[in-house]
Design a binder for this molecule. Structure first.
Ligand code: NAP
Ligand code: MG
Length: 494
């Protein structure tokens, strides 16, 4: 069995209490790795290492060019270890090695590469001469926050850790990452990768451990200045509460129930593929999955037929096989959740026209791609996040109603519009209350553009320059004229 310690101050170590977590391979249902499980004392050590590293200036005093070089080196090391990292990701979380090779490894490397590019020539200080309301020189500076914590989920473990580490480092912070307990391995490896690429000790720390212990300690620790969280809306609420004690900066990337709107002029062959890809990619365990497919009355039956046939081309199977396009759910818990929601859909009167059950496999938490029709947007399967391969098809009469149904959700993370008329699609896209809208596409997250949620899907944005500012404080320095004759002094002095 593979073994990993906590990565603190540039080295792997056991948890002080000697506790460990076993990571189950969801395809075999057997443990494949064992990692140290941090208690509060271990988290405190990691925060202290990050605090000392920040105070020493070993990272924040590096020039942006030096940071750019090191971030680019991290990307190179990730690419160099790409095959091993993809295999680890597949065994830890059950995502296919195909997905890990196409999405997670290049995505993680690309994130470090992008923030490296953002550092090149970065202007962290701007100057403005002003005459209003008084003559003054004004300097606006972008500075690191200090010690930042990243708490990440299990669906894209290495990529989500990279989304926190890369912008945090670009901005000059030190970081502590807490991976999800079911998929702790690649984040722990990433700690060593950062070190190998030249990141000084204490600047990147990774502590695996239970959310209720290690996560809570990080989110409430007085020396942590910012928490960047990706996970469920429920835990996001808890993070906000814990962070409020010392008014930490918070960004939250939470759940979704995203609308995938097929306008009546869409090419139905493409839209059917997009509707399935939008929901079944990575077993539906994607926060911005298009789990509510909205289709006009006249296209409904044809679209559903085409979606059902498209699913013939999905290959459910061993995630380590490059030909498999769907693997098992991440855990037996997640499988239970999916089965429970399928039951709720049936009880509510929706028609399960595909799947709804498990395939016949020797082992593994597999679930078949599942399509519900006759879904009313008020049903629980249309309002609550299932986080599995279950899509609800909902009919609408005109574009106006499609927008109304799309926005009738507590979430607002992603969504798509399919149409042969871009202007018409744009007019729908502009009216959606979501952080990302794709037109004639799905899941196309681009590191250069902001990603995040409206409503209860989150607070703040990651990626792009917006994502870097989320890891910065902004300072204004006012330089007044050196004279006692200041008009505002007269408010006090006669
Ligand atoms: P989760 O239960 O919210 O867990 C996310 C992370 O938070 C894990 O590391 C977890 O640790 C930790 N955690 C749990 N309870 C905590 C607490 N009380 N205090 C501090 N940390 C705590 O979510 P999940 O089930 O792993 O992931 C699925 C959810 O994430 C879905 O709802 C999905 O939509 C959302 N998600 C959102 C995005 C996005 O970008 N918006 C991306 C991916 C996933 P443990 O593993 O030890 O419990
Ligand atoms: Mg696991």
């Amino acid at each position: 069995m593979e073994q990993y310690g906590l990565f603190i101050d540039g080295e792997y170590r056991d948890a002080k209490a000697g506790e460990t977590i076993k990571s189950i391979n969801p395809a075999t249902e057997q443990p494949w790795a064992e990692v140290a499980s941090a208690g509060e004392a271990d988290v405190d050590d990691a925060v202290e290492a990050a605090r000392k590293a920040h105070a020493s200036g070993v990272w924040r005093n590096k020039s942006y060019e030096e940071r750019a070089d090191i971030l680019a080196a991290v990307a190179d090391v990730i690419n160099g270890q790409g095959e091993a990292l993809a295999a680890a990701e597949a065994q830890d979380g059950g995502g296919t090695i195909r997905k890990a090779s196409f999405a997670d490894v290049p995505g993680a490397a690309g994130t470090f590469q992008y923030f490296s590019e953002l550092c090149r020539g970065y202007v962290d200080e701007e100057e403005f001469e002003e005459t209003v309301p008084v003559a003054s020189r004004n300097i606006v500076r972008h500075e690191p926050i200090g010690v930042c914590a990243g708490i990440v989920p299990w669906n894209f473990p290495m990529l989500m850790a990279s989304w926190k580490i890369a912008p945090a480092l670009a901005a000059g912070n030190t970081v502590i990452i807490k991976p999800a307990s079911v998929t702790p391995v690649t984040a722990l490896i990433l700690g060593q990768i950062c070190k190998d690429a030249g990141v000084p000790d204490g600047v990147v720390n990774v502590v695996s451990g239970p959310g209720g212990v290690a996560g809570e300690r990080l989110a409430s620790h007085p020396d942590v200045g910012k928490v960047a969280f990706t996970g469920s809306t429920e835990v996001g609420r808890r993070i906000m509460q814990l962070a409020s004690g010392t008014i930490k900066k918070v960004t939250l990337e939470l759940g979704g129930k995203s609308p995938n709107i097929i306008l009546d002029d869409a090419d139905l062959d493409t839209a059917a593929l997009g509707a399935c890809y939008g929901t079944f990619f990575h077993q539906g365990q994607v926060c911005e999955s298009g789990t509510r497919v909205l289709v006009s009355e006249n296209n409904h039956d044809e679209l559903v037929d085409k979606m059902v046939s498209a699913c013939d081309r999905i290959q459910l199977g061993d995630p380590m096989d490059m030909m498999s396009t769907m693997g098992p759910m991440v855990s037996s818990n997640q499988l239970d959740t999916v089965e429970r929601y399928v039951g709720l859909g049936r009880e509510a009167g929706a028609d399960c026209v595909l799947g709804g059950d498990r395939p016949d496999m020797e082992s593994g938490y597999y679930f078949n791609p599942t399509i519900f029709t006759g879904v009313d947007n008020g049903m629980r399967i249309a309002q609550e996040e299932i986080f599995g391969p279950v899509v609800s098809v909902i009919r609408y009469s005109d574009d106006e109603e499609a927008v109304r149904i799309a926005n009738d959700s507590m979430y607002g993370l992603g969504g798509a519009v399919w149409s042969s008329d871009t202007e018409r699609a744009l007019s729908v896209a502009r009216r959606l209350e979501t952080g990302t809208v794709w037109i004639n596409d799905y899941h196309m997250i681009n590191v250069r553009f902001p990603f995040g949620g409206y409503k209860q899907s989150g607070v703040g944005r990651e990626l792009g320059p917006w994502g870097m500012s989320a890891f910065q404080e902004t300072k204004h320095i006012h330089v007044g004229e050196d004279t006692p004759d200041k008009i505002y002094f007269s408010a006090l002095f006669n």
